[in-house]
Design a protein around this ligand. Structure first.
Ligand code: PHE
Length: 467
């Protein structure tokens, strides 16, 4: 039996709205915070170029596969998979690929909101700065750079504040998810994402003129083959999936709200292109400052949060720009956290026949509990190593474990299953009717989905995890 919700299904109000919401889901902390941190920790250029390759050859084909499953099914992710499976005469158990995605999205949203809380903290820091020294000069006037860099470790040391801010960010996310697709998510995406692009480009331009531009280009784009270890490759694959919102059934979920008029091949290319552009711009924005201020490229999670405020110190109107920038980062993060929370919420709504409100509240509460544990892993629970038995995660605290397991295991595994499902199991007639591409492009996509993506992913996962 086909389950449908009692009320008419909510959906994007237009093709543009779908594209903007999907870009909103893709563009977020993954681009601004995680990409520079991963690039810095994995040796720069080799990681970046391999990342771009992953986006083009694996990310885009998977993105198209996910959106087409969703658009065909017009239901929550697992139900969409079941529909396509049923119509292809295959086992409904293929829904496991979406079920795993639901679990990953739940795990990611819990730690994602913690980082969203850091963003809120910096918004507060800049408001405070404007209140104290006015809007005209740079931020943090007269204070040494070490003071500014010490803000984040200061926050990390305060478990209660960090957990509290993470919960606030989660509550804001919940608010939009409860309002539903067209009234909530779409509004943020249509109004705030364009503003964000403009501001990011302006700040990058400034950083480029005043910071270490040459060193940055050399660092990010010099391909040193010897640095490309299996672990770096796995990190790049994981980052590609994280950034494009793949392997967690998120794009299946969003595709399900897209109408028949949307050309999925074309929109996948737009989404992938925009997401990659923002990641690269974020790199070009952050590293000149990192080099100019003598910060360490391997600073990891702190990189964006510690480097940018230093740059805002020297800019005219720095505190206002800092405030605006972190507000925008917050909005970009919100359009992603909303997408993440929407995945388990829409699943539970359908699975248990409850309202959006109830479902979102229950899922949100669970994510809140896990999020508090993730926040405390920077202080009170810093010594806890939940995955000590797995070598590459042996040193990971709760936060790192949630991030590592999802990006390095669940997402690539979800993508392998998606490719096998779309490439081998689903009826080609159904798939071809949805994907919006033809000719050689279609042939290439099919070959990538059937052979290249699953094989390459399996090899990279194998060597990256066990090699
Ligand atoms: N792509 C988002 C980001 O880069 C994170 C995300 C992952 C959102 C998976 C939805 C699903 O911030």
């Amino acid at each position: 039996m086909v389950t449908t919700s009692a009320s008419p299904r909510d959906g994007w109000s237009s093709r543009t709205a779908f594209v903007l919401a999907a870009i909103g889901s893709a563009v977020g902390l993954g681009n601004l915070w995680r990409f520079p941190a991963e690039a810095g920790q994995n040796g720069g250029g080799a990681f970046v170029l391999f990342y771009i390759l992953c986006v083009a050859l694996i990310g885009l084909p998977v993105l198209l596969s996910e959106t087409l499953i969703g658009r065909h099914g017009q239901a929550s992710a697992p139900e969409s998979v079941r529909r396509m499976a049923r119509e292809s005469g295959a086992s409904a158990h293929w829904d496991v690929l979406a079920g795993m995605g639901v679990l990953s999205a739940f795990m990611i949203v819990s730690f994602y909101c913690v980082v969203g809380g850091w963003v809120l903290y910096y918004v507060g820091v800049f408001i405070n700065d404007i209140a104290q020294t006015g809007a005209g000069g740079g931020a943090f006037e007269g204070r040494p750079a070490e003071d500014i860099e010490a803000l984040l470790p200061g926050l990390f040391g305060n478990g209660t504040l960090m957990a509290g801010l993470g919960l606030v960010f989660l509550a804001i996310t919940l608010f939009f998810v409860m309002r539903g697709v067209s009234k909530g998510i779409e509004w943020v995406a249509t109004w705030l994402m364009p503003a964000f692009f403009v501001l990011l480009i302006a700040i990058t331009g400034y950083g480029f003129v005043t910071g270490e531009a040459e060193e940055t280009i050399a660092y990010l784009f010099t391909f040193d083959f010897s640095k490309l270890t299996p672990q770096v490759m796995l990190a790049a694959v994981g980052q590609a999936f994280f950034s494009l919102s793949l392997g967690v059934a998120g794009m299946i979920t969003y595709g399900a709200y897209a109408g028949r008029e949307v050309n999925l091949g074309q929109t996948s290319a737009i989404i992938g292109g925009a997401d990659t552009a923002v990641a690269l711009i974020a790199g070009l924005c952050i590293f000149p400052i990192v080099f100019a201020a003598g910060l360490s490229v391997t600073a990891g999670p702190g990189l964006m949060f510690q480097s940018l405020p230093v740059a805002f110190q020297n800019m005219p109107f720095g505190s206002v720009i800092g405030f605006a920038f972190f507000m925008m980062v917050g909005f970009a993060a919100l359009t992603s956290s909303v997408a993440l929370l929407e995945v388990p919420t829409s699943w539970a709504m359908e699975r248990f026949g409850v309202s959006r409100m109830v479902s979102a509240l229950v899922v949100g509460t669970g994510a809140g509990v896990l999020g508090v544990l993730a926040a405390l892993s920077f202080n009170d629970l810093a010594e806890v190593r939940p995955l000590a038995m797995i070598p590459i995660f042996a040193n990971a605290n709760i936060f790192d474990a949630l991030d590592g397991v999802t990006a390095k295991i669940f997402m690539p595994l979800g993508a392998i299953l998606t490719c096998v499902f779309v490439g081998w199991v689903a009826d080609p007639a159904l798939v071809d009717g949805e994907n919006g591409i033809g000719g050689w492009l279609h042939q290439t996509w099919r070959a990538l989905v059937r052979y290249v993506c699953p094989a390459v992913l399996a090899v990279i996962m194998g060597f990256g995890l066990f090699g």
